[in-house]
Every structure is written in structure tokens, then in C-alpha cells.
Design a protein around this ligand. Structure first.
Ligand SMILES: *[C@@H]1O[C@H](CO)[C@@H](O)[C@H](O)[C@H]1NC(C)=O
Ligand SMILES: *[C@@H]1O[C@H](CO)[C@@H](O)[C@H](O)[C@H]1NC(C)=O
Length: 616
């Protein structure tokens, strides 16, 4: 065989294979019944079909094909086939198995998808299959441009018949619309409009791959929020936080706005004016999200409202202007979450991040979603586990004090929808804790070198004789340094007790259970009582010490502030216990606790600064 005939032979084989794939006759399958429900109530189209498949031939069948028009196949965000097992009609007895769907061949008009069965379907047997297809950008605004007071109308093209490579004995389709305001719908045999549903069928004995094109024209004022691009950067710091930054390019993908925009109309008659526009966006952040910010090209935007309870944090954003069809806005949303909420260790010693993949906003379509996970410096062998297909890439990011840079895992998903792509995924990696010390070591080495120089300087220039006044001064100074160190140590013990009590208060917010925090309060009170004697003694020593005059005022302020800090924390504990035991709403709880918390945080920072200031 020369090269040419070899090629022809391969081509013939390919043709034979694709004929086999496309030809339904090859497998003697029949769909006894198909019920299709098409949800057109938002900008996302969701098609759920339940199929009764029978093997009318004698040979075993190990795969089932289903098809979409090529136009729809290009707009698929999510595709799933589920095998429903169990003969009983009751849902509880049947079980569902999610099957693998692979895209097969296309003849230019129809795209075939293949579903592999876990065990072959024998001749004469039948099974129940459910397919679920999610499409984006298939609702076309018509008219394409509307004024501020017009409703938004859209067109949807489909077939009244279920597109199938197998003959269908009985079938029906229901289209669910956002409202009963329908401009027009095509009629094919039995067609009914009931409330906000258009029903087609039942139709009997429709041939394989037969279609009956229909068009639905209806009102859909849902905001078509389309994120053209979202870059989510998730940066892991082993020092306790995960920093999330989301950069949005958001547009309104509905009918374009024409004419001028009247803010007066918009505000005075919100029901008639700009029905399809949107003004607010609701982001759902993880429960312990903190340091939240929201800014656009101009700067920080303060018109956002943050609400949180122990299950979630909700952030309502208001862009500078409402978004009408065709308008765009870019902005950045950032927040931090505690490391321990999303970081785990697997049994083989690797660490892994387990966090959600998609946008924080519900109801948005993301055309291009890029997720960058920035691992700590020194991490190796990153591997990912994402429950859908993504493109994967690698980068290195250099930040402040990095020596070799941080490894970045870059994941890209086109055409993402909230319900199927904003789900948990994992990034596994190896990390040596020694690497964590690289940055502090760099600093420590620098300081150490500096101190060595200072000591050398002092020793060479000022030799001390024991009888001299300078020797006396030296002794007094050392005494003072010792006092300061003892004070810092006691403050440290008291501070730790405060931190533990604070942590238990956070647990109350998470679980609503106050018992633990009462125990923590008792322990903390005991520590504070015990150490307050030491503080008293130390305070007296400072007063007696000969050289303490310059440090004494600082010590007194510190003692005072620290006392206030402890009292504030005790008040917060009492308020928290009371609020949760009286089962107040999370808004009321916030209103009671937030002011105490903010005062406490301020005091805590002041105390810390004062403790450090003693070293000077
Ligand atoms: C914006 O807010 C962030 C976080 O609250 C803050 O760090 C930053 O300084 C603010 N920037 C401006 C320009 O106000
Ligand atoms: C990731 O977190 C979610 C929610 O907490 C949990 O349901 C899931 O099992 C976790 N996945 C892994 C692999 O730990």
C-alpha cells in the first residue's frame, strides 16, 4: 500500500465509523416516550427531558446518542445525562447515576452526543434516561433596541419535536415563560397557551431527526447580567488568610437602550421605567469573609451593604449608574477569609484548598471565567480536581519579599452558569513548613547583622569600670529592662486569655451555642484575676525604680488601656450570650455587638502598640 491508498483507506474507515455513529438504524433503539420541559424564565435556557428508551432489536446496546442542533451545541454551558434506575415510580426507590457524555460527530446541522451505559441494554429491555441541557445567549432581544419605558421582548427558536437520532413514539414539550405576556408563538398540531406555559403535543410516531421549527416571542424583563470576563485571584497565605480578588467586566446583554436616560423617570416610576435594567447586584460571600471592598475605575464605592450571619455573608452592591441594555461597567470586589475555613490536609500529607470556583453573584452568565490560585512560595507539585472540563495553565507571581516567586495555577472555563460552575474545587500541593520561614529569616538576618554591629560599636568605644557612675547606671538600666520584660510577659498571658475568649465568641456566631463560651469566660476571668496581682506588684516596682521616670507614663497608660480592653471584651461576651440566648435576628445581634467589637478592636490595637513602644 502506498501512502495515498493508505490515506484513502483510513478515510473510508472514518466515513464508515461516522456513518455508524450517525445512523440510528445501526442500533435498534426506540424512544417510547419523551417529555421535555424548557425553562425560559431567565436569560439562561434550561432544557430537561425525560426519555423512555427501548432496545427493539436483538443485539446488546452499550451507548445511547442524543442530539442538539449545531447552533445550540455552540451555546452549551452544561450537559448531563442521568440514568434513573428502579422500576418503582416512587422517587425514593429509584436511584440516579450520572453518566459520562462525550460529544460525537456532526453533519453540519446536528451535533451528536454519546452516553455510555454502565451495563449494556439487552434486546427487548428498556430504561429511563434524563438529559439536562443548559444554554446561554440563545434568547435574542427583538426589537433589538428599546426605550427607557419599553418592556424587553425576546425570541426563542426551537423545534416542536424532540431532536433525536431515534424514532419517538409519544412526545410532548412545555415551554415555561416568565409571564403570560406572549407576543406570538408558532402552532404545530396540538398547541396550547395556558397561563405562562406554551404546550406542544402530544405527538405520535415522529421519525428520527425530524424537526418542526417554531418561534416563541415573549416578554422577558429579567436583567441579562453577562460577565464578559471575570478574573478571580485566590491567594493563599499560610499566615492565616486567603485573599480573594474578583475583577469584573459586566455588561447588560439584553435589548440595547435607545434614546436618552432620564434618572427622574427611573427613580419616580421604577415599575414602568427601565423594567429590564438592573441597579443592584447581590454577592454571596463565605460566612467569615472580612476586609470586604468594592471599587471601580474611579475609586472606592461606599454604596454597598454587608450583612452576615454564621452561614453566609451577603453584599449588596450598587454601581454608580443603573445598567441598561448594552451598557457596561468594570469593577473589583475583594475580601479575605480565614485560612482554616478552606485549607485542609489530605491523608498523604499534601495540603489542599477547597473553595468555590465561580462568581459570587447569582443569576449571571460568565463568558470567560479565569481562576488563578496563588500558592505560597515554596509550594510544589500542584494538582487540581475540578468537576467539569477546564483549561489549565501555570504562572509565577512575584510579590513583596518573595525570593523565587509564588506558583500560580490558572484555570479557564468558558460559558459558566451559577448553578453548575460555582461549586467546590480543590487544589492539592506539597509544602515544606521550613519554606514558610524564608521571609521572616530574611528580615531576622538583616536585623541580627545590625545588632552585631551596634554591640561591637558599644564595646569598643565605652569600656565600663565597675566602680564608675556609668556602671551604676548600667545596673539600673538592666533592672528596668528586666521589669519591662516581665510586664510584657504578663501582658502576653492576659492577651492570650483574651484571644481565646474572643475565638469562643466567634464560635458562638458560627454555631449559636453559648455553653462553650461561658466556660471560656470563666477560664479567662481566672487568668485575669491571678495576673492582676502581678501587674500590681510590677506597677509598684516601676514607681520605685530610679531610672523609670521616662517609661512610667507609658506604663500607666498601658495598664489603664489594657484594663478597659478586658472590660470591653467582658461586655461583648455578656451581650453575645444574651443576644443568642434570646434568639434575636442576626440584624439585631449585629446592632448590639458591632459597636462593642469595634471599640474592643481599637483598644486591642492601642494596647499592642503600647506594649511595643515600651521597647524604645
Ligand atoms: C478603598 O478601601 C480600601 C479598603 O477599605 C482601603 O484600603 C483603600 O485605602 C481605599 N481607597 C481609597 C482610594 O479610598
Ligand atoms: C469541600 O467543601 C465542601 C463544603 O464544605 C464539602 O461539601 C466537600 O466535601 C469538600 N470537598 C473535599 C474534597 O473535601
Amino acid at each position: 500500500m502506498n501512502e495515498n491508498t493508505k490515506f484513502q483507506f483510513a478515510f473510508l474507515l472514518f466515513l464508515a465509523a461516522s456513518w455508524y455513529l450517525i445512523s440510528p438504524a445501526a442500533a435498534n433503539l426506540v424512544l417510547n416516550r419523551v417529555d421535555r420541559r424548557v425553562d425560559l424564565t431567565s436569560q439562561i435556557v434550561r432544557i430537561a427531558s425525560s426519555l423512555k428508551v427501548e432496545n427493539a432489536g436483538t443485539d446488546d446496546v452499550s451507548e445511547i446518542l442524543f442530539s442538539l442542533s449545531t447552533e445550540q451545541a455552540e451555546k452549551v454551558a452544561f450537559l448531563q445525562a442521568v440514568l434513573v434506575e428502579g422500576k418503582s415510580k416512587s422517587k425514593s426507590k429509584s436511584s440516579a447515576v450520572i453518566l459520562t457524555v462525550t460529544s460525537g460527530s456532526s453533519d453540519g446541522r446536528v451535533m451528536l452526543f454519546s452516553v455510555a451505559l454502565p451495563k449494556p441494554l439487552k434486546g427487548g429491555d428498556s430504561l429511563s434516561l434524563e438529559t439536562y441541557v443548559v444554554l446561554t445567549h440563545v434568547l435574542k432581544p427583538f426589537p433589538e433596541e428599546i426605550g427607557q419605558s419599553d418592556a424587553q421582548l425576546v425570541l426563542f427558536h426551537e423545534s416542536a419535536y424532540f431532536l433525536s437520532p431515534y424514532p419517538v413514539k409519544v412526545q410532548s414539550t412545555t415551554f415555561k415563560l416568565p409571564s403570560s405576556r406572549v407576543e406570538s408563538y408558532s402552532k404545530v398540531g396540538v398547541t396550547k397557551l395556558v397561563d405562562s406555559e406554551v404546550r406542544y403535543g402530544p405527538y405520535e410516531n415522529v421519525e428520527a431527526l425530524a424537526t418542526a421549527p417554531i418561534t416563541l416571542h415573549f416578554e422577558n424583563n429579567q436583567p441579562f447580567a453577562v460577565v464578559e470576563e471575570l478574573v478571580r485571584e485566590i491567594e493563599i497565605s499560610h499566615w492565616g488568610n486567603i485573599y480573594v480578588t474578583e475583577n469584573y467586566k459586566l455588561s447588560h446583554g439584553g435589548a440595547r437602550h435607545k434614546g436618552s436616560f432620564s434618572r427622574f423617570d427611573y427613580q419616580s416610576r421604577p415599575a414602568q421605567s427601565g423594567a429590564a435594567s438592573f441597579r443592584h447586584l447581590l454577592a454571596r460571600l463565605p460566612p467569615h469573609a472580612h476586609s470586604v471592598y468594592y471599587r471601580d475605575e474611579i475609586g472606592n464605592i461606599s454604596t454597598s451593604h454587608l450583612r452576615s450571619d454564621f452561614k453566609k455573608t451577603e453584599l449588596e452592591l450598587e454601581p454608580r449608574y443603573p445598567l441598561f441594555g448594552g451598557w457596561k461597567v468594570t469593577f473589583t470586589l475583594g475580601y479575605s477569609v480565614p485560612l482554616e475555613d478552606f485549607m485542609y490536609k489530605s491523608s498523604d500529607g499534601r495540603r489542599f484548598l477547597n473553595i468555590t470556583f465561580g462568581s459570587s453573584f447569582g443569576h449571571v452568565v460568565v463568558d470567560n471565567l479565569i481562576v488563578k490560585v496563588v500558592l505560597p512560595e515554596g509550594s510544589t507539585q500542584p494538582t487540581i480536581s475540578v468537576p467539569f472540563a477546564v483549561e489549565q495553565d501555570k504562572e509565577i507571581k512575584h510579590t513583596y519579599l518573595d525570593t523565587v516567586g509564588r506558583p500560580v495555577v490558572v484555570l479557564t472555563k468558558k460559558n459558566a452558569v451559577p448553578e453548575h460552575h460555582n461549586i467546590f474545587f480543590q487544589v492539592y500541593y506539597r509544602f515544606n513548613s521550613i519554606a514558610m520561614l524564608a521571609e521572616p529569616l530574611l528580615l531576622v538576618t538583616g536585623f541580627f547583622a545590625f545588632f552585631v554591629l551596634c554591640i561591637a560599636y558599644v564595646h569598643f568605644d565605652f569600656p565600663i569600670s565597675k566602680s564608675s557612675a556609668s556602671f551604676q547606671a548600667q545596673v539600673q538600666r538592666e533592672e528596668l529592662v528586666d521589669l519591662v520584660q516581665r510586664l510584657q510577659k504578663v501582658m502576653g498571658i492576659r492577651g492570650e486569655a483574651a484571644d481565646r475568649l474572643e475565638a469562643s465568641l466567634r464560635d458562638v456566631a458560627r454555631s449559636g451555642d453559648t455553653a462553650q463560651c461561658k466556660v471560656a469566660r470563666k477560664t479567662a476571668d481566672a487568668t485575669w484575676k491571678e495576673t492582676s496581682k502581678d501587674l500590681k506588684a510590677l506597677s509598684e516596682s516601676f514607681h520605685l525604680s530610679a531610672r523609670s521616670s521616662f517609661v512610667l507614663p507609658k506604663v500607666e497608660v498601658l495598664l489603664q488601656k489594657e484594663k478597659e480592653m478586658v472590660e470591653k471584651l467582658q461586655q461583648k461576651q455578656v451581650a453575645t450570650v444574651e443576644a443568642y440566648e434570646r434568639k434575636l435576628s442576626s440584624k439585631d445581634i449585629d446592632a448590639r455587638i458591632a459597636p462593642l467589637q469595634s471599640k474592643y478592636s481599637t483598644l486591642k490595637q492601642e494596647v499592642r502598640d503600647l506594649i511595643y513602644a515600651l521597647d524604645d
